[in-house]
Design a protein around this ligand. Structure first.
Ligand code: 2AM
Length: 185
């Protein structure tokens, strides 16, 4: 039963990682409701409530030995807490996803994401070249486009960000570490 054994520890052990913001519980409930409605409208599957997040930086497959470096970059990021208001929805036809996003990019979110991205690049992580466009995926495998539109705002106070591991096979996420925003040291 070799599959039940841990792979040998070393650089061969990799995990799919990303930095993200989690909604607070009221926002999560509101987004889960929105995800259900968007899934119906766009003909897809809602993202499970526990998985709802907004990605700051996608690292892809990262060897175990590099996780500490990613954490050190995150610990150096200086940004304040901020209110995030998701008040737009739409779909990406090619990706087959429905999303929610902010009509206004909070300055501190921009600061947080830029600092994280530049720190990660400086540390040798290869990130997506596309400019940051904050979006929270609500539904996947959508088949009908839904025009971008205003929606009842879902807001929460963002006071931390997290490094998350995606277990692709299980469809679940595990937080590896989190950092507070607006804490001076
Ligand atoms: P998605 O929600 O738009 O699919 C975990 O997979 C997170 O990382 C998801 O939020 C996912 O975005 C994002 N992600 C996956 N692959 C990515 C890529 N190649 N570039 C940017 N983000 C990616």
């Amino acid at each position: 039963r070799a599959r039940d054994r841990l792979p040998s520890l070393g650089s061969a052990v990799v995990a799919r990682l990303f930095f993200a913001l989690w909604p607070d519980e009221p926002a999560r409930r509101a987004l889960a409701g929105l995800a259900g409605r968007m899934a119906v409208e766009a003909g897809g599957r809602p993202v499970p409530a526990a998985n709802l997040h907004l990605t700051l930086a996608f690292l892809g497959e990262v060897p175990d030995e590099r996780v500490g470096t990613a954490c050190a970059v995150a610990a150096d990021v200086r940004a304040g807490a901020f209110d995030l208001v998701l008040d737009r929805t739409g779909t990406f036809r090619r990706a087959g996803v429905a999303w929610a996003g902010p009509s206004v990019l909070p300055a501190e979110l921009d600061r947080l994401q830029s600092a994280l991205e530049s720190g990660l690049r400086a540390a040798g992580f290869a990130l997506d070249a596309r400019p940051f466009a904050p979006q929270l995926t609500l539904a996947r495998r959508t088949v009908k486009p839904s025009p971008e539109a205003a929606t009842a705002p879902v807001a929460w106070r963002v006071g931390r960000f997290a490094l998350v591991r995606s277990a692709r096979d299980k469809g679940a996420y595990a937080e590896l570490a989190g950092w507070e925003l607006g804490k001076e040291d």
